[in-house]
Design a protein around this ligand. Structure first.
Ligand code: ADP
Ligand code: MG
Length: 708
């Protein structure tokens, strides 16, 4: 009967969605021996098959291999002692607690439990021999251990033969369980090496089996500091394996692109030449180099996936415009996607000035367009009369149909998720074919070299590492909030001299409402402070049309001081603005500060960025302000950022599609990363079966994720 009911229930349950990750599918057969709650806890730890337990490594170890005499046990670190319970009582000190006295030949220690079961009182009856693990402290009543881990033993119970692993865990899964499960995983899984011995010899890395066995159960006397700092050879082996798996999967992904078709859009040097002639400046050599790389890619019958990197103001837009023209020369359409309305509008304005004379139709598309205008844009895109479509996320909505999309340009790509980019890519893939548009991604958040080598290994990268000539360095000043008056005077001086200034309102992460209120207050305050100046306000909640109108007035010089929230972080380009004040700079991240600062220093005039901060500064904030003060180089700042925040935060949305590194550290393990890169290429070329086996071991079912 019970069985029947179960079967009926299963039929009724919702059909499963086709899953991208193994989490939502049935448990891996190797874990079928565990119950549902256990599986859920394991899944939380990223353990989806039993082998993942082998790769679930301890974060530290307890040393229960050596027994100390109670009186000689060092304090300040957990130790193992053993003795006989001589007294056991529930006391009120003032809270109810269980206190047991334990004695060995050398001395006495008190065990104190604030939470305990009645059964424990019985279990710890006088005369019982116990082994305690914990930290000894000198309490009011003498040496004591609070909530030690304890075990009832006989006098011949052997000591642990290895250090005791302490695993990262989650609610519902205790250490004892994890230890047992891991032991089982180590004994039943195939730990044979995926890599040839000759390779390991060359890299001076130990065998996989030895490494994981060692890391889970280090022998007594193993060097704890090398384990803790993960510099031990066993750790290096695991980290190398992880990096190799990542390199392999990225490489495979990269190579798969060669099996997908894209329209070949070879350079014709017609309208691109016209644009170059019409520009009021000459391209920098870095722009030319990046342009040539893109030009070559577009000519291939496989989709380009190139990341164009360059510091703020390095001139990525014109390089993108040239790429767009190459697609248009070939009779294809181009989509340009921006993360914000303001930035989209700027692209639209810039492309319109540059390409307007070349008789190219550009459609503007944004979420806030009037219905009629939106319809007109959509029609122009669908009919193919619009050769370029520029817009925000609205571009991705299903209603947008391109007639012949050949190239998708994604600005500030790190703000978009892998999924959104995929959606755009698929727009160009006509049903039933495997043809995809080319893709050019742009980022002003420089990606440190190690990050590019690992997480971005599936992309080609072009770097514009040179600013257009004639830019003046931006002077950065750190000013305590208490010296606001001086700052006010500087703004007055700058504006009287014909310059313009930004006043960036503090970031208030907890509340958008509060953030808006602060911006309104600041605006009112500055209006009162500067009766002689025209003061404008722009913030995220402003209707798009108003936002654009304010930006336009600022650009035209009708507004002298622009009070803004961080919406101006990206893309805003007003060369006459030479002064920026950032309030509560201590609350902002490095990348954000660098982006904001890049809004000035865009003209011939010397520019200044004033970072107003409020005391007291946290250690982290102090560090950030020091870096931003000392360096104007985006790459250097990004490298610091990587160190401070780790890759997860830096990568933002991208991480959803890329296997994250759990063990390797891009800062400390550069040598392993470099080695893994070379080995990955070699293996895929010469020993694909080895590569496959290695990927299987490390990624298991998660490999398909990469296909996104
Ligand atoms: P970003 O890389 O931050 O997107 P932009 O493309 O907005 O930078 O360029 C910043 C400014 O520099 C723009 O006003 C642009 O027209 C100008 N610019 C771009 N390339 C050059 C160049 N080679 N010489 C002079 N000015 C340039
Ligand atoms: Mg830009």
């Amino acid at each position: 009967m019970a069985l029947k009911r179960k079967a009926a229930k299963r039929v009724k349950s919702k059909p499963r969605k086709p899953a991208l990750s193994a989490e939502t599918t049935a448990p891996h057969p190797s874990l079928a021996k565990y119950g549902k709650p256990m599986l859920a806890a394991l899944a939380k730890l990223g353990i989806q098959r039993e082998f993942d337990l082998v790769l679930h490594l301890p974060m530290r170890y307890d040393d229960e291999t050596r027994l100390y005499p109670i009186s000689a046990a060092p304090e300040g670190a957990p130790v193992l002692v053993e003795g006989v319970v001589t007294d056991n009582a529930i006391k009120f000190r003032p809270k109810r607690q269980l206190v047991c006295t334990v004695e060995d030949a050398s001395g006495v220690v008190m065990m104190r439990f604030l939470n305990f079961y009645g059964s424990q009182v019985k279990q710890l009856a006088p005369g019982t021999r116990v082994r305690l693990f914990g930290e000894i402290r000198q309490g009011f009543f003498g040496a004591e251990m609070v909530h030690p881990r304890y075990r009832v033993v006989r006098d011949d119970t052997p000591l642990a033969q290895t250090l005791t692993p302490v695993y990262p865990t989650t609610a519902g899964l205790n250490q004892a369980n994890l230890q047992r499960m891991t032991r089982a995983a180590l004994s039943v899984n195939d730990l044979a090496d995926t890599l040839p011995e000759s390779l390991l010899g060359k890299l001076r890395l130990p065998a996989f089996r030895d490494s994981v066995t060692f890391l889970h159960h280090p022998p007594p006397g193993a060097e704890q500091s090398a384990l803790q700092s993960r510099s031990h050879a066993a750790w290096r082996r695991v980290k190398f394996d992880e990096l190799l798996a990542q390199q392999l999967s990225m490489r495979v992904h990269y190579d798969q692109r060669k099996t997908v078709g894209a329209p070949a859009l070879p350079a014709k040097h017609k309208i691109t030449q016209q644009l170059l002639k019409a520009l009021p400046f000459k391209l920098t050599s870095a722009q030319m180099k990046a342009g040539a790389e893109i030009e070559r890619d577009l000519g291939q019958p496989h989709p380009m996936q190139r990341l164009l990197q360059g510091d703020v103001g390095s001139g990525k837009t014109v390089v993108a415009a040239l790429a767009a023209l190459q697609a248009i020369e070939n009779g294809y359409q181009v989509a340009v996607m921006a993360p914000t309305e303001i930035l989209g509008e700027q692209h639209y304005a810039k492309f319109s000035t540059w390409l307007g004379e070349l008789d190219i139709e550009i459609a503007w598309l944004s979420g806030s367009l009037a219905r009629k205008d939106k319809r007109a844009s959509l029609d122009a895109i669908a009919s193919g009369s619009a050769q370029i479509a520029i817009g925000t996320h609205a571009l991705f909505q299903d209603a947008v149909e391109f007639s012949r999309l050949g190239l998708a340009i994604v600005d500030e790509q790190h703000r978009f998720g892998v999924r959104q980019r995929l959606a755009l890519r698929l727009k160009g893939a006509k049903a039933g074919t495997t043809v995809q548009p080319h893709q050019l991604m742009m980022s002003a958040t420089p990606i440190p070299r190690t990050l590019a080598m690992s997480y971005y290994a599936d992309l080609d990268v072009s770097v514009i590492d040179e600013l257009p000539p004639g830019r003046t360095a931006i002077a950065t000043r750190l000013v305590a909030d208490t010296r606001r008056d001086e700052v006010i005077q500087r703004i007055r001086d700058a504006c009287v001299a014909g310059s313009q200034a930004y006043w960036v309102c503090p970031l208030i992460e907890e509340s958008e409402v509060l953030q808006l209120q602060t911006a309104l207050d600041t605006h009112a305050q500055l209006l009162a402070t500067f009766p002689e100046l025209k003061v404008g306000l722009v913030h995220g909640r402003l209707p798009a049309a108003e936002k654009l109108a304010v930006m336009q007035s600022f650009k035209n010089g009708e507004i002298q001081l622009l009070v803004a929230t961080t919406v101006i972080e990206v893309g805003v380009d007003v060369p006459n603005a030479t002064l920026m004040v950032i309030e509560h700079a201590e609350r902002m991240g490095l990348a954000q500060l660098h982006q904001l600062r890049g809004r000035v220093g865009r003209g011939a005039q010397a520019s200044t960025c004033i970072l107003l901060y409020q005391q007291p500064l946290s250690q982290l904030a102090r560090e950030r302000l020091k870096i931003i003060y000392e360096s104007g180089d985006g790459f250097e700042i990004a490298q610091h950022d990587l160190r401070v925040r780790g890759p997860g935060e830096l990568l933002g949305a991208r991480q959803s599609g890329v296997p994250m590194l759990r063990f390797a550290d891009l800062d400390a393990d550069v040598d392993l990363l470099e080695a893994a890169r070379v080995v990955a290429a070699d293996l895929l070329r010469d020993q694909p079966a080895v590569a496959e086996r290695h990927l299987q071991r490390w990624l298991g079912g998660r490999q398909q994720y990469l296909r996104v």
